[in-house]
Ligand binder design. Structure first.
Ligand code: ATP
Ligand code: MG
Length: 359
């Protein structure tokens, strides 16, 4: 009987302590064969530590790591058949691009002809063919980064691990490399785990995202799930630009339609209001693109209008605090002008004030 190999990577209650400090708490992840998963979170939340434990560069303190159903806790990085691309991709300065890409293969004693075939294949995928005989100092930053990816690629590993590989590049180049890595993944289909603190990068590149916070996985889901149905206030604020506006409110059931009171304003709740308790203290999250400006709704005063080209972010003050609206095109709104803002009930994200979990 043929057994299904199981998830490419599985973390079962993986914890990590450095001395007396616990930096990863019962991390659970199941990464499918060929999936592209991103570990996303702010600095120090445990992304690199988690990736290093998957790579075998760091031992876990407890828990199991499996690859295709096999426990790999005691296997070396080479035995796990993973290749890593780091932020600091130090290339050997005295070696050509071709020699840099083929270096680990030569170390392994692979036949010359096979090395040449793999190096040329990787160079073609990464559009480096015309620079193969150059030294790293004769390359742009993006080309150097692609050489680092090439080094991982030629190993033809079962798994790619990327730790903030683009953070040394300028904004335009980051966008380009992001697209290239995504296309490469679509072509090769190698299971990949990618670490970043950039939510937009994670959203644009991933099949699924694990949002980490203080060493825990807060939510593991597709970009759409994470964005539209964040599990917690933390996830909601971490994802989305401009940031979601949050304001404290109280649930008011039984006065006609279920609503939430924000200061003096009542906003209708979505129809399935049985999730809420009357008098429950909540925090209401409103994403800027869900706010419409018009002649009726919440009365607010424009504080600031920030055009970004295709849209304008309008920051407003009202009774309940601050509200941001993203509206198409260039909005000609002067600071101090009066506006009205409408939000449809279905777009509200409501969190329990105490637990921070979405209701
Ligand atoms: N070798 C170590 N010894 C002690 N503490 C460590 C060690 N490595 C990491 N830490 C701590 O573990 C926590 C998680 O670190 P980690 O490098 O995994 O974070 P990260 O999410 O990758 O952050 P960044 O975005 O800054 O790279 C941090 O508080 C860090 O200070
Ligand atoms: Mg890190």
């Amino acid at each position: 009987m043929v057994q299904s190999p199981g998830p490419a990577i599985e973390l079962r209650r993986v914890s990590k302590w450095f001395g007396t400090v616990q930096v990863c708490h019962d991390v659970e992840l199941g990464i499918g064969q060929g999936e592209f998963v991103t570990l996303l979170g702010s600095s120090g939340c445990g992304k690199t530590t988690t990736l290093n434990m998957i790579a075998g560069l760091e031992d876990s303190t407890s828990g199991d790591i499996l690859m295709s159903g096999r426990r790999v806790n005691d296997l070396s990085p080479v035995e796990r058949d993973v290749a890593m691309v780091f932020q600091n991709y130090a290339l050997y300065p005295h070696m050509t691009v071709a020699q840099n890409i083929g270096f680990t293969l030569r170390m392994r004693g692979m036949p010359r002809e096979e090395i040449r075939r793999r190096v040329e294949g990787a160079a073609a995928s990464l559009e480096l063919t015309h620079v193969l005989q150059r030294l790293p100092s004769q390359l742009s930053g993006g080309q150097q980064q692609r050489v680092a990816i090439g080094r991982a690629l030629v190993r033809e590993p079962r798994i790619f691990l990327f730790d903030e590989p683009f953070s040394n590049l300028d904004a335009a180049l980051r966008l380009k490399m992001r697209a290239e890595v995504k296309q490469l993944h679509e072509k090769l289909g190698v299971t990949s785990v990618f670490v970043t603190h950039d939510q937009e990068e994670a959203m644009s590149i991933s099949d699924r995202i694990a949002v980490m916070y203080r060493g825990r996985v807060e939510q593991f889901g597709t970009p759409e799930e994470i964005y539209a149905r964040p599990a917690s206030r933390y996830v909601a604020t971490f994802i989305g630009s401009p940031q979601i506006d949050l304001m404290p409110g109280v649930v008011a059931l039984g006065e006609g339609r279920a609503a939430v009171r924000l200061g003096t304003v009542r906003i209708d709740l979505p129809p399935d209001a049985e999730r809420f308790r009357d008098g429950q203290k909540v925090e209401v999250g409103i994403r800027p693109e869900h706010v419409q400006l018009g002649s009726e709704g919440i009365a607010a005063t424009v504080r600031l209008a920030q055009p970004v080209g295709p849209a304008t972010h309008v920051v407003m003050d009202w009774d309940g605090g601050t509200l941001t609206a993203t509206i198409p095109g260039f909005a000609r709104l002067q600071p101090g002008s009066s506006v009205h803002a409408r939000i449809s009930p279905g777009d509200l994200l409501v969190f329990d004030q105490e637990s921070g979990l979405r209701l």
